[in-house]
Design a protein around this ligand. Structure first.
Ligand code: G6P
Length: 611
C-alpha cells in the first residue's frame, strides 16, 4: 500500500509528482505529502487526499527540480498531518518516503531513543529515517553507505526514496517486498510504486528487485545491491496506454472498468484460441503443461476478489480436469504449515501481483519445491517474477479499488486452463471442448447486452439504497458470484452484506429474513435451477425482498421475485462471467446514490502490500 513518486530532471518536479500521486491514490489516501529540493529542502504534508495537499500548498514555495511525494495508507499511527510522509530525521539530514512495514521498528526505536533521538510521529518510517541518520553521523559515511547499512538492520518490507539534504543532487531508492519502478526519460528519471505515473513521460523502465538500491542523479543512475554489488540495469519497455489509466467520459473508474469487460475478456482470450475453436494456447504454461496435467492436487491461493475467482476455478478444474482443487486465502495458507506434496501445483491469483500475503504464500510453496504458477494482471509485477510460469490476464490497468474487470479476466483464464487440461487429459472430447470454447467466445457480446440494461439496474438500486443489510445466494458456479456480489456491495457502499450457498440459508441466515431484507439470488438456468426456485420461495414465505439474476426469458422466477435482472443464456460454467456484471452495477449505483467515494472507499487500498 502507499504510493511513492520521485522526480529528478530539468522540469519543475511538483506538477509531475502531484499528477503521479493522483494516479497512485488507489494505493491509499489517508494523507499526502511532498518534499522539494531547490538548494534547500521543503516538506509539505497533510491529512487527506492529494487534492487536499494541493490546497495546502497553494501559497507555498513550490520550486525544485528534484522531489519526492507520497500518498499514504496508514499502518503505524493514525492518519494525521504528523504521521504523513515525507518524514525528516531528527537532525534534518534525511527526508524519506516509504511504503511497507518495518517489523522490528519498536526495537530500533528504543535503541535510537536511548541514543538521544526524539520522535515526532508514531510511524515506523521515522524510525528508519533516524536509523539512517544515526549511522551517517556515527560512521561518518556518505548517504548511500548509511542507507545500505541501515537497510541491512531492517526486518520487514519497504519501497522507499530518500533525500540527503547534504547531498541534494540525488535521490536514493530501494526495495524489499514493496514494488518500485524507475522510468528513464530524456535527461530525467521518475521513480514510482508502479508504472502508471511514469507512462506519460517514458515507456523505458527498470523494475527494482528485492535488496536493490538505486542512486539517481541528473542523467546518471547507479544500480547495486544493499551489499554493494554493482548491477547492470535491465531496461524494459512497457506497453501501457495513457488512455487506459484515464476515466475518459465515465464518472468513475469503477464504472469505466465494468463497461470495459467485453473488451478485457476478449483481450484475455484473444490470440490464445485458434480460429476453429479446437485449441487453446497458453504460451506461459507451455513448458510446464506436462507437469500441470499430472498434478495430483491443485492449490489455488489468493485474497479478496482473486480468491473468489479461485473458487470458480475450483469448480472448473475439478469438473473438466478431474484434479482435486483446494482454494485457500493466502493469509491462512502461509501461516498454517500446510501439507504440500511433491505432485501438487500451486496457482496464485492476483490482480496487482503485489499482494503481500499472496507473495509470502508463493514463497512458502516454492520452499516445498512444487510448481508455482501465477495468474496476474500487472505485467512485470512481483508475482509473475517470482512464480515458475503463468498467464497474464490482459484486463488492462484496474484503478477502481473494487475489482471488477480483473475478476472476469481471472475467471476467463481459469476457464481456459481447465478446458486445456481437460482436453489434454482427454476428459473433454473434441466436440464438447469446441462447444465450450465457442460459448466463451460469445461472452463479450452477451456482456454488452447486460450493460445495455444499466438504467434498469440503477432504478432497482434506487429502491434499496437505504437497506441496512443484504443477503446474496447462489449455488454451484454461482456461489462464488454470491460472495463477490456481497463483497462489492459492502466495500463500496458500506452496507453489510453476506454471500451464502443458497442451500445454507436454512442453516442460519434465514433467521435474518423479514420484509426489510433484500435477498439477491443468482438463479440462472442450470441443473440446480429447481432447487434455487425453492430457495426463492422460502425467502418469499418470510416476506423477504427477492432480486433475482435470471436467464433471459425466465418466466418462473419472474412471477416469484420482486425484481429480475436478466442475463443472456449461456453454459453454466460461464454463468459467473455474466451474472457478476449486474451485481457490480447494482453495487456501483447504490454506492453512488449513498454519496460514497466509489473509486476510493474508506479504509481500503487496491494493492495490499502489507500483511
Ligand atoms: C484488495 C483489493 C481487492 C483485491 C484484493 C487482492 O483487497 O481491494 O479488490 O481483490 O486486494 O488483490 P490482488 O491484487 O492480489 O488481486
Amino acid at each position: 500500500m502507499c504510493g511513492i513518486v520521485g522526480y529528478i530532471g530539468e522540469k519543475e518536479a511538483l506538477p509531475i509528482i502531484i499528477n503521479g500521486l493522483k494516479r497512485l491514490e488507489y494505493r491509499g489516501y489517508d494523507s499526502a505529502g511532498v518534499s522539494l529540493i531547490d538548494g534547500k529542502s521543503k516538506i509539505y504534508k497533510c491529512k487527506g487526499r492529494v487534492a487536499d495537499l494541493e490546497t495546502h500548498i497553494q501559497n507555498k514555495d513550490k520550486s525544485g527540480k528534484i522531489g519526492i511525494g507520497h500518498t499514504r495508507w496508514a499502518t503505524h499511527g493514525e492518519p494525521n498531518d504528523i504521521n504523513a510522509h515525507p518524514h525528516m530525521s531528527g537532525n534534518g539530514h534525511f527526508i524519506i518516503i516509504h511504503n511497507g512495514i518495518i517489523e522490528n521498528y519498536a526495537r530500533l526505536k528504543k535503541r535510537l531513543q536511548d541514543s538521544g533521538y526524539h520522535f515526532k510521529s508514531e510511524t515506523d518510517t521515522e524510525v528508519l529515517a533516524n536509523l539512517i541518520e544515526y549511522i551517517y553521523l556515527k560512521g561518518k559515511v556518505d548517504a548511500e553507505v548509511a542507507i545500505r547499512l541501515a537497510l541491512t538492520k531492517v526486518i520487514g518490507a519497504y519501497g522507499l526514496v530518500v533525500i540527503c539534504t547534504n547531498e541534494p543532487d540525488q535521490l536514493i531508492a530501494a526495495r524489499k517486498g514493496s514494488p518500485m519502478v524507475i522510468g528513464i526519460g530524456n535527461n530525467e528519471y521518475l521513480i514510482a510504486s508502479d508504472a502508471t505515473p511514469i507512462v506519460e513521460h517514458t515507456n523505458s523502465v527498470i523494475y527494482l528487485h528485492d535488496d536493490d538500491i538505486a542512486v539517481i542523479k541528473k542523467g546518471e543512475l547507479t544500480l547495486k545491491t544493499i551489499r554493494n554489488e554493482i548491477l547492470t540495469p535491465q531496461i524494459q519497455t512497457i506497453d501501457l496506454d495513457i488512455g487506459d489509466i484515464e476515466k475518459n467520459n465515465f464518472k468513475h473508474f469503477m464504472l469505466k472498468e465494468i463497461f470495459e469487460q467485453p473488451r478485457s475478456i476478449l483481450d484475455t482470450f484473444r490470440g490464445r484460441i485458434t480460429n476453429d475453436f479446437t485449441e487453446i494456447h497458453l504460451g506461459g504454461l507451455f513448458d510446464v503443461l506436462p507437469q500441470l496435467i499430472k498434478a495430483k492436487r491443485i492449490i489455488i491461493i489468493g485474497c479478496g476478489t482473486s480468491w473468489h475467482a479461485g473458487l470458480v476455478g475450483e469448480y472448473l478444474i475439478e469438473e473438466f480436469a478431474r484434479i482435486p482443487v483446494e482454494v485457500e486465502y493466502a493469509s491462512e495458507f502461509r501461516y498454517r504449515n500446510p501439507i504440500i506434496c511433491k505432485d501438487d501445483v500451486v496457482i496464485a491469483v492476483s490482480q496487482s501481483g503485489e499482494t503481500a500475503d499472496t507473495l509470502a504464500a508463493i514463497r512458502q510453496a516454492k520452499k516445498n519445491g512444487v510448481l508455482v504458477l501465477g495468474i496476474c494482471n500487472v505485467v512485470g509485477s512481483s508475482i509473475p517474477r517470482e512464480t515458475d510460469a503463468g498467464v497474464y490476464t490482459h484486463a488492462g490497468p484496474e484503478i477502481g479499488v473494487a475489482s471488477t474487470k480483473a475478476f472476469t479476466a481471472q475467471v476467463t483464464v481459469l476457464t481456459m486452463v481447465a478446458l486445456l487440461i481437460g482436453k489434454e487429459k482427454k476428459i473433454l472430447d473434441e466436440e464438447k471442448f469446441t462447444g465450450l470454447v465457442n460459448e466463451l467466445i460469445n461472452v463479450p457480446e452477451k456482456i454488452e447486452k447486460i450493460l445495455k440494461q444499466n438504467d434498469k439496474f440503477k432504478t432497482i438500486a434506487g429502491l434499496y439504497k437505504d437497506a441496512m443489510n443484504f443477503i446474496y445466494l447462489g449455488r454451484g458456479y454461482l456461489f462464488p458470484v454470491a460472495l463477490e456480489g456481497a463483497l462489492k456491495l459492502k466495500e463500496i457502499s458500506y452496507i453489510h452484506a453476506e454471500g451464502y450457498p443458497a442451500a445454507e440459508m436454512k442453516q442460519g441466515p434465514i433467521a435474518l429474513i423479514d420484509e426489510n431484507m433484500p435477498v439477491v439470488v443468482i438463479a440462472t438456468k442450470d441443473n440446480s435451477y429447481d432447487k434455487i426456485v425453492t430457495n426463492i420461495q422460502e425467502v418469499k414465505a418470510r416476506k423477504g425482498i427477492v432480486i433475482a439474476v435470471v436467464s433471459q426469458g425466465d418466466t418462473v422466477i419472474k412471477d416469484l421475485a420482486d425484481h429480475i435482472l436478466e442475463v443472456p443464456e449461456t453454459n453454466v460454467i460461464l454463468a459467473p462471467l455474466l451474472t457478476v456484471v449486474p451485481l457490480q452495477l447494482l453495487s456501483y449505483h447504490i454506492a453512488v446514490m449513498r454519496g460514497c467515494n466509489v473509486d476510493q472507499p474508506r479504509n481500503l487500498a487496491k494493492s495490499v502490500t502489507v500483511e
